[in-house]
Write a protein that binds this ligand. Sequence first.
Ligand code: CMC
Length: 431
Amino acid sequence: MSTNNKAVLTYGEGKTAEFPVLKATIGPDVIDIRSLYGKTGQFTYDPGFLSTASCSSKITYIDGDEGVLLYRGYPIEQLAAKCDFLEVCYLLLNGEMPNQEQNKEFVNTITRHTMVHDQMTRFFQGFRRDAHPMAVLVGTVGALSAFYHDSLDINNPEHRRVSAMRLIAKLPTMVAMAYKYNMGQPFVYPRNDLSYTANFMQMMFAVPAEDYKVNDVLVRALDRIFILHADHEQNASTSTVRLSGSSGANPFACIAAGIACLWGPAHGGANEAALNMLEQIGDVSKVGEFITKAKDKNSGVKLMGFGHRVYKNYDPRAKLMRETCYEVLNALGLENDRLFKLAMALEKIALEDDYFVQRKLYPNVDFYSGIVQRALGIPTSMFTCIFSLARTVGWIAQWQEMIADPEYKIGRPRQLYDGAPRRDLVPMNKR
Ligand code: CMC
């Protein structure tokens, strides 16, 4: 990974320090500053990690200027068109696509871990019915570590593998349980004769009073949503999972931390916020007025589903999501869907507006995913749970990669202290 290149830092009064430059397969090389403090007595300052690589990784690559997303080297467009979600899970976890035998075994293992301990139902029942499903998911996923003691030794590769399988297999069951609880309907058990995604849809939408009929177009659309959300290199929630895991915390606790981080509206909560925004705008005639507000920094309003820290071009996932949107709305006879038309009008106006052009603000994956999910019958409050379900494989693959990395250390950032210098306490009666 290292090159002959060196970066030389000049600091203080003409002092210099040399640092190795590590070579990336593709994308920017990095200056290895691990010895900076030892050599200079100074830290770097980078709130928000604008220029900091927190780890090395072989899982996902993004070229934000070109709008490229690769999982283990494969373009997202090819994976979304030709694979199903569980093949992508295998790829993210193992680094290579499965052959037929490996795929069969992987699907079988996941399918046989979909049930949750029956006592978990009591956890759900402890929540208020009107609790946000993400609040329920953070709590119940964290609680899994209280049930699966036999796979908590993070130094044992077999324990790590079993925990990974459990998380990927049980998340759909738990997301569906959070929904059913919220709706006041009975929980629906997993069915092993269905695919991963079809099974999730039946756990969400089946009721004891009638059979649930699987619609292949809708299953394929949701499976594609899962693929598009499966990993996205070192985003906020993935970094949260890595940081939590770096202390040796168990994988169920780490994924619960990732879910908590994903909930925020600047991250996974954006799909819910984008759909609420479209509802709030209501009509194409109001788009201009809304765009004016989104450009005004004092309004506190942002164009949700627009902009990205890394993509300074059209998010490749947003393109695929827009296609999926067409397919689903056509399959359901909803070609004239009011919110889809509104979203397209909003996108067109924003992409021509100087404010958005200059700042390279393009639609991101969340701009269209809410419209697809709504058409599938998934309520807005569940959108971020669906994102959590899909991202669990990325989180766990990144966690596995970190634990197996010989260079892994507990994450411990430093700070620029700009508070009061040392001072002596004044007794209360003299303050
Ligand atoms: N609407 C209006 N202005 C925006 C927007 C937006 N959606 N996004 C960024 N800007 C402006 C921002 O005010 C700033 O302007 P200026 O340079 O004049 O101060 C400039 O664009 C750069 O923005 P930034 O906030 O410095 O960019 P960032 O990289 O820190 O933030 C972001 C990225 C995704 C948090 C932000 O674009 C945003 O809040 N977007 C809306 C929420 C959203 O859609 N999030 C989903 C992200 S994709 C899914 C995921 O990975 O979770």
